[in-house]
Design a protein around this ligand. Sequence first.
Ligand SMILES: [Zn+2]
Length: 102
Amino acid sequence: MTIDPRPMELRLEQQDQHIVPTRHLPPVDTTPSPKTPKMERTIDAFTKQVFGRCRTDSIKEATCVSCGVSVKEFKDAISRKEFTISGLCQSCQDGVFDSPPQ
Ligand SMILES: [Zn+2]
């Protein structure tokens, strides 16, 4: 058994800090970004063919259009916004947008 040498207040504080970010995460925005009807049909047809899912349905159901996971959180506001545009979860966004290792 290891003994934590820090005072009790400090340990509690650290626990709180660990809880706060998850408690205050904004809910996933399930409103697809506006597109012209023709554009929406084109994108939905495309994602249906490639991923087997409609972009608009995926966003409304808070699931990833690409991998189908239930979308719960994003690392930042930009990624959160991106979901309403592309319908991609955080890990799929990372796969698409992160630059390859040098
Ligand atoms: Zn995904």
